[in-house]
Write a protein that binds this ligand. Structure first.
Ligand code: COD
Ligand code: ZN
Ligand code: ZN
Length: 376
């Protein structure tokens, strides 16, 4: 490519400081260094976790930063030592890398590669520098991805090469919402055929949990949200019943226990609320239920519960990004989508150009969108 080895000037949405709208700027993107990849972003979803940074809820984040972690793109150029990716490849950037060498990568039951930047939020690539500048200032990266820009640079261990025929304006959702929710059901909970499930929170991630429960063959899928406007979509994706806790004057786990012969087999918390995490645990059957935490609670929040709840046989678990080994599993998820094992197109409720990114966040905050996909 004519741009390889050169600095690229392009458009990006920069988050200069918390509690301010993102601003569309011209930025410079330096060429990739060793074991890095420069990607032309094609599409990116707008996720609740980006919004948490914008509204100031993530104290550790360093500004300015380019957010976005649910995208697709095409490799523009690669740095020295990159062997598995080449210009022209279709890719999904991975917010959890897979180095293949650390203790978590070597353990088949973990996907939390040590090279991830979640929670630490150093905002730099693996050599502790960034490839973005704007108005003479360095701009931080976001969790190995930064997709709210026409070009990004990420480590090669944080890039999955996908099917050359994949529709990039749709499979971007595999990079966060769909991958997280679907994996939480099929991979973390390992939902069994004929089982009963409850899903608390019907955003893009919660609806994807429902898709996973359905693919796994659950016979009862109860969807719970305080916003009843979400119920139509939940039913479309496979919920067999929808409940609004506001319609009841007693704890929701009691309502659920009555409907499911003493409690569900699998309960999913997909909101990030510690009170609801406890509700999920209480909703699961005393002797054989499993509660799965999918949502991230605000920093410092804690859960308290009677240990007897676990002693009788319940399991409490959780995982980031549906437990998938990212570099290995993301290409398989794209193939499964192409082979119509599942369909998540209905999660995309809005499409906007990058310039209207603040409007996309407003739609999410008002609960009007499930996912807005931005085109670049
Ligand atoms: N009871 C019932 N429903 C509720 C309640 C409540 N008390 N409070 C909110 N809700 C509903 C809302 O009405 C909404 O429909 C839904 O819960 C939440 O949906 P969204 O659209 O805000 O969020 P999602 O689905 O896009 O994501 C939610 C997560 C909490 C899963 C997400 O923010 C998260 O924590 N992701 C997992 C962690 C992770 O992998 N992070 C890295 C990249 S995201
Ligand atoms: Zn996300
Ligand atoms: Zn690793």
């Amino acid at each position: 490519m004519a741009t390889a080895g050169k600095v690229i000037k392009c458009k990006a949405a920069v988050c200069w400081a918390p509690k301010r709208p993102l601003s569309i700027e011209e930025i410079e993107v330096a060429p990739p260094k060793a074991h890095e990849v420069r990607i032309k972003i094609v599409a990116t979803g707008v996720c609740r976790s980006d919004d948490h940074v914008i509204n100031g809820a993530v104290a550790e984040i360093k500004f300015p930063v380019i957010l976005g972690h649910e995208g697709t793109g095409i490799v523009e150029s690669v740095g020295e030592g990159v062997t598995d990716l080449k210009p022209g490849d279709k890719v999904i950037p991975l917010f959890i890398p897979q180095c293949g060498k650390c203790r978590c990568c070597e353990n088949p039951d973990s996907n939390l590669c040590y090279k991830n930047d979640i929670g630490k939020y150093n905002g730099v690539l693996l050599d502790n520098t960034t490839r973005f500048t704007c108005k003479g200032k360095p701009i931080h990266n976001f969790i190995c991805t930064s997709t709210f820009t026409e070009y990004t640079v990420v480590p090669d261990i944080a890039v999955a090469k996908i099917d050359k025929d994949a529709p990039l304006d749709k499979v971007c959702l595999i990079g966060c919402a769909f991958g997280t929710g679907y994996g939480s059901a099929v991979n973390v909970a390992k939902v069994k055929p004929g089982s009963s499930c409850v899903v608390f929170g019907l955003g893009g991630v919660g609806l994807s949990v429902i898709i996973g429960c359905k693919v796994a063959g659950a016979s009862k899928i109860i969807a719970v949200d305080i916003n009843s406007d979400k119920f139509a979509k939940a039913k479309e994706f496979g919920a067999t019943e929808c409940i609004n806790p506001k319609d009841y004057d007693r704890p929701i786990h009691e309502v659920l226990a009555e409907k499911t012969d003493g409690g569900v087999d699998y309960a999913f918390e997909v909101i990030g609320n510690t009170g609801i995490m406890t509700s999920a645990l209480l909703s699961s059957h005393f002797g054989c239920g499993k509660a799965v935490i999918v949502g991230v609670a605000s920093s410092g929040a804690t859960m308290t519960f009677d240990p007897l709840l676990l002693l009788t046989g319940r399991v409490l678990t959780g995982a980031l990004y549906g437990g998938w080994k990212t570099k290995d599993d993301v290409p398989k998820l794209v193939s499964d989508y192409m082979n119509k094992k599942f369909d998540f197109d209905g999660l995309i409720t809005h499409r906007l150009p990058l310039e209207k990114i603040n409007e996309a966040f407003e739609l999410l905050r008002r609960g009007e969108s499930i996912r807005t996909v931005l085109s670049l």
